[in-house]
Design a protein around this ligand. Structure first.
Ligand code: MEV
Length: 439
């Protein structure tokens, strides 16, 4: 047990952890230090993002050019460690940019939150009280929502919801919000906490209730489930236009593709992996643009189960002679607030995207998810996933095996024509070192 750890200085924290977990090893101390920025101001910004920061944790930032979205060209930043994701995005971007590109539609941008509370009295009186105090509750929030209103958003409504059929005495004040270009978590939570305060104060002052009728606020919090903050991204082309590289028989390819999506729609084992591939693309852009990938993930998977069964987030069909393929996904993200104005690389990534507003970033992220899924299914139903995946992963294997620069060059060349696995790379490296590698 270490009391008051957060109050130690950064260097005291490091001393403590190195002494207690790394046997005071200088090498382990150096590992932490080598990730520090030489720019002290920059390091300070990063240190202050979070509590007990010791160092920085690098994730590669790559870019995927050639995305044609609603007739505009984008180069998309992706922060991800998985070797094949950016390459897959690039491949899909190029493929679809030659076939009209991606078309998107932001269906809605409503976010919600709830004050969860218990009330043990007469339901009708509670509804009457709520109707009478509603405008006071909303007015009490004016100061908090002033700025958001000025930006074109704010509180959209507030409703009393009876949840007593699920939990006895349980109700909600449920509210919808438009947070414009911000993710809006702080705004929503501040409004909800104010609602709760006003609601409780009004309740205590009300003459409507009898002695034994009590109200207890349980909690006030936004919901990360935002099915009304929804975006759609779509691609379509003539079946014959699908022909490209390993897609030799376009109609057969389209049918097999639709089968693959149907399997993901119906089988949970496949659906989770299918959606994980979509999230490879989505999370990478969400992280690069300084957004909260945990909330996006949690919401996406809940949305995938909205019909009562976990299913695919993408859809595909053939209509007449056209292949149509789309994603519909809720995305609560922002381009202002949070760390978006603070993290220099996040600002750089947003600039690369031509400083999109919230809606435009929703479009871009949905496209990244669809592109990723297209690349995955394309590989799965043609060459198989391992060919491309292992080719991209080869460099990690060679680094793990401590191959030097020349060895890496030779082996990357060698594996252009040979199957990659950890074992085959290990054997090839051994042979190379013994002068036994035959091309
Ligand atoms: C790997 O990170 C993602 C895939 O498994 C997705 C999929 O199977 O659709 C390739």
């Amino acid at each position: 047990m270490k009391d008051g750890f957060s109050k130690l200085t950064k260097s005291e924290k490091i001393d403590w952890v190195i002494e207690n977990f790394f046997n005071s090893s200088n090498d382990d101390l150096e590992i932490l230090k080598q990730y520090w920025s030489e720019d002290e101001e920059l390091q300070k910004i990063h240190d202050e993002f979070s509590e007990n920061t010791l160092t920085n944790f690098f994730i590669p930032l790559g870019i995927a050019p050639n995305f044609l979205i609603d007739n505009k060209n984008y180069t998309i930043p992706m922060a991800i460690e998985e070797s094949s994701v950016v390459a897959a995005a690039c491949k899909s971007a190029k493929f679809w940019s030659n076939r009209g590109g991606f078309k998107t539609e932001v269906i809605n941008v409503i976010k919600t939150g709830q004050v969860h509370f218990k009330f043990n009295g007469d339901k009708n009186k509670l509804y009457e009280f709520f109707e009478n105090s509603k405008s006071k509750i909303l007015n009490d929030c004016n100061e908090i929502s002033e700025n958001m209103k000025a930006r074109g958003g704010g509180i959209l409504n507030i409703n009393l919801i009876d949840k007593t059929s699920e939990i006895s005495d349980y109700y909600q004040l449920s509210s919808d919000f438009n947070t414009v270009d911000s993710m809006g978590a702080n705004f929503i939570n501040s409004c909800l906490e104010q609602f709760a305060k006003s609601f409780e104060t009004e309740f205590l002052e009300s003459k409507l209730f009898d002695k034994g009728e009590n109200l207890e606020i349980v909690m006030s919090i936004l919901s990360n489930y935002v099915p009304q903050c929804l975006v759609k991204a779509e691609v379509r082309c003539k079946l014959n236009d699908l022909k490209n590289g390993d897609i030799e028989e376009p109609i057969k390819f389209a049918r097999k593709f639709i089968d693959a999506v149907e399997i993901a729609k119906n089988d949970i084992s496949r659906a989770v992996t299918h959606n994980k591939g979509i999230m490879n693309g989505i999370d990478a852009v969400v992280i690069a643009t300084g957004n909260d990938f945990r909330s996006v993930e949690a919401c996406a998977h809940a949305y995938a189960a909205k019909e009562g069964k976990y299913s695919s987030l993408t859809h595909a069909k053939i209509e007449k002679d056209e292949f149509i393929y789309w994603i519909e996904i809720p995305l609560a993200i922002g381009t202002v607030g949070g760390i978006t104005n603070l993290h220099p690389l996040v600002k750089w990534c947003l600039k690369l995207l031509k400083n999109p507003n919230g809606k435009d970033l929703m479009r871009i992220i949905a496209v990244a998810g669809l592109a990723q899924n297209f690349a995955a299914i394309r590989s799965l139903i043609t060459s198989g996933i391992q060919l491309g995946h292992m080719k991209m992963h080869l460099i990690n294997i060679l680094n793990t095996l401590s191959a030097n620069k020349t060895e890496k060059e030779i082996l990357i060349n060698y594996f252009k024509k040979n199957k990659v696995s950890f074992r085959s790379a290990e054997t090839a490296l051994k042979k190379l070192r013994n002068d036994e590698l035959n091309f």
